[in-house]
Design a protein around this ligand. Structure first.
Ligand SMILES: [Zn+2]
Length: 334
């Protein structure tokens, strides 16, 4: 039984978690692999970087960085692993935390899943997936989708366009633009993945036609209603896209555009294997805190660069340590 006198930080489960799961390979500040042990910190060790001279502990920069209730976070992560993403209200009840904490923890966990940027191989399935632009959670924004969309042209402008693809490396979906999709938007998202691809398959869609022409690759158009039952890969691809939209719009009752890529990464990952937020690979990612605290800026620059909608109603939460952690540019969600 847990001894009530033991400080929560010294919970044996937590100590075991630090010992067996969290490893240190690089400095979370400058990414140098030159560091050494620099004394003890509670139940773990402190390290010091030879390059930037900063000190850190194994969990610095990860999803449990700065958390006071680390053990409760492990419980939260176990629930997410077993039951998927539950509503914030349910999570608050089950682990006894405040709504903002439940919201933050969910996004910290999601931020530890990266976009699948691996090559699609010789043949790839591609499709654009539309999700209404959402300002959910922004203070002072009264938002009604029906009021917001007046006609089809309007719908095109005020919808987030995600580009879904499937090939040898599995399914992936990435936010590309808020507004009318152009060849350059698809190129930006798929260029790395599509090297070596000779043929793309899409449902009849002009923009992918232009995209294929632009890259000088073959383009096969199919009608989704003519996909044969045995064409499992094709059927799965289209059902994944529909399933993703349904999950965002119905199960989660909408997701703010700011966070949509975090959910997209999580969704793509879960299509391949079960997500384990307490696995070692998750805690090798020391840039989760950096992503979590920079989301507003990442979102702002995305809208400024790739959207037909202006950035409005800024969220003014601020973390003064946000910028000091290392992140590779390809790990930034979008
Ligand atoms: Zn360093």
């Amino acid at each position: 039984m847990k001894n009530a006198n033991i400080k929560s930080d010294f919970d044996p489960i937590l100590v075991e978690f630090y010992n067996s799961t969290i490893k240190v390979n690089t400095c979370p500040y400058c990414n140098s692999s030159s560091f050494y042990r620099h004394g003890k910190y509670k139940f773990t060790y402190r390290y010091k970087c030879r390059e930037c001279k900063k000190t850190f502990i194994p969990s610095t920069g990860t999803s449990i960085h700065y958390l006071k209730k680390k053990k409760v976070f492990l419980d939260y992560a176990e629930i997410l692993k077993a039951d998927g993403i539950l509503t914030l209200r349910k999570m608050c009840k089950r682990v006894g935390i405040a709504p903002l904490t439940a919201f933050d923890w969910r996004h910290k966990i999601l931020a530890s899943v990266s976009y699948n940027d691996k090559s699609l191989g010789e043949e790839a399935l591609c499709k654009d997936v539309w999700i209404l632009y959402s300002l959910k959670g922004r203070k002072g924004v009264r938002f009604d989708n029906k009021m917001f969309i007046k006609n089809l042209k309007d719908l095109d402008k005020k919808t987030s366009k995600l580009v879904a693809a499937d090939g040898n490396s599995g399914y992936s979906i990435k936010l590309s633009k808020v507004g009318s999709l152009e060849v350059s938007d698809i190129k930006r998202v798929l260029e790395m993945k599509i090297k070596g691809t000779r043929r793309i398959i899409t449902t009849e869609n002009n923009i992918f036609n232009d995209f294929a022409q632009n890259l000088k690759i073959e383009h096969k158009k199919i009608k989704s209603e003519f996909i044969k039952p045995k064409e499992l890969r094709l059927r799965n691809f289209f059902s994944f896209n529909e399933d993703f939209r349904h999950w965002i719009n119905n199960s989660l009752r909408g997701v703010a555009t700011k966070y949509i890529q975090l959910y997209a990464n999580f969704y793509s990952y879960c299509r391949k294997k079960i997500f384990d937020p307490l696995s070692r690979s998750v805690f090798m990612k020391k840039y989760v805190w950096r992503i979590f605290t920079s989301m507003e800026n990442i979102y702002k620059s995305f809208l400024t660069n790739y959207s037909e909608i202006a950035y409005t109603a800024p969220i003014k939460r601020y973390w003064k340590t946000s910028g000091i952690y290392f992140i590779e540019s390809d790990k930034v969600p979008y």
